[in-house]
Design a protein around this ligand. Structure first.
Ligand code: GUN
Length: 281
């Protein structure tokens, strides 16, 4: 039987800390502000953006939503970002991804001021993550680390395996584990002997994007299993990248889906926005 690390519990603690720090900032006359841009009508993006706005209200931040039509041009989007970059009262700018196909995601990420890049997607912030000298932590990997710390798990000297090499999750996740002296392996679609590599992990992070991909025979007895996936199973029910029913009896610690890493991502976004506002103050 594994200990279940609850993202609801850990994220509530982070949000409470942010709320308190926000009150202190407001007493000094600085009100943290986050601008959230959404282009088009992707239903998943709409849910994420609503949750981000709700979290802002809860911790006491100002939030502004810019819901732009799917036909928005690159120029219009870059103009909006330029205006938000110049706004004194906006500390964080977030453009929800994915963008409609005709828009250049890379150019949009590059246009957001690194000082307001609370997603930590800008190349200059990505470089800082590599060096280990960061203002903004990448939200999802930082949420995973927060859960590891909360559970009192030591990373130093452990075999850490990250499945997935995306710029948003897999790569920065590996860096954060490395900064805490884990021995880190990144696996991906071309990895040979995936089962063997994963079975050697003391700490296994699944960020594949495939429902119930990680089975019991890929997990070592007593491993820590962190599930970044948000998928739908064959019955349309939310599930992670880990087959929870199979893996849970074998793991020492595991995160559930829903109620695991998902709520952490937004809590860490709040933390980054707070950091940006503290830098302004
Ligand atoms: N789309 C999926 N995850 C994210 C995220 O963390 N930030 C942004 N901006 N878009 C996303």
């Amino acid at each position: 039987m594994a200990v279940i690390i609850s993202g609801k519990e850990v994220s509530a603690k982070v949000r409470a800390e942010v709320k308190e720090a926000c009150e202190q900032l407001k007493a000094k006359g600085v009100n943290p502000g986050l601008a959230v841009i959404i282009v088009g009508d992707d239903p998943a993006s709409r849910v994420y953006v609503n949750n981000k706005k709700k979290a802002c209200a809860e911790v006491g931040f100002l939030s502004e939503e810019y819901a732009l039509p799917a036909e928005t041009t690159q120029e219009e989007l870059l103009e909006l970002i330029d205006r938000l970059n110049k706004r004194e009262d906006i500390d964080g700018i977030l453009c929800q991804l994915p963008l409609p196909k005709h828009l250049d995601e890379k150019a949009v990420i590059n246009a957001i001021s690194p000082l307001k890049d609370v997603d930590a997607f800008h190349p200059s912030n990505v470089g800082k993550i590599m060096i280990g000298d960061y203002d903004f932590l990448p939200c999802t990997p930082a949420g995973v680390m927060e859960m590891i710390h909360f559970a009192g798990i030591e990373v130093s000297g452990k075999n850490c395996v990250v499945i997935g090499r995306s710029n948003i999750v897999g790569k920065p996740m590996a860096m954060l584990l490395l900064h805490e002296n884990g021995t880190v392996t990144i696996c991906h679609s071309r990895t040979k002997n995936l089962k063997e590599v994963c079975s050697a992990a003391d700490i296994l992070v699944a960020a594949v994007g495939k429902p119930k991909f990680v089975k019991a025979d890929m997990v070592k007895e007593g491993a820590v299993v962190l599930d970044v996936g948000i998928n739908r199973d064959e019955n349309g029910k939310l599930c992670g990248d880990v087959d929870f029913a199979e893996v849970e009896p074998k793991a020492a610690y595991i995160t559930p889906v829903p109620g695991g890493v998902g709520p952490m991502t937004i809590a860490m976004l709040m933390k980054n926005t707070l950091k940006a506002a503290q830098n302004r103050a």
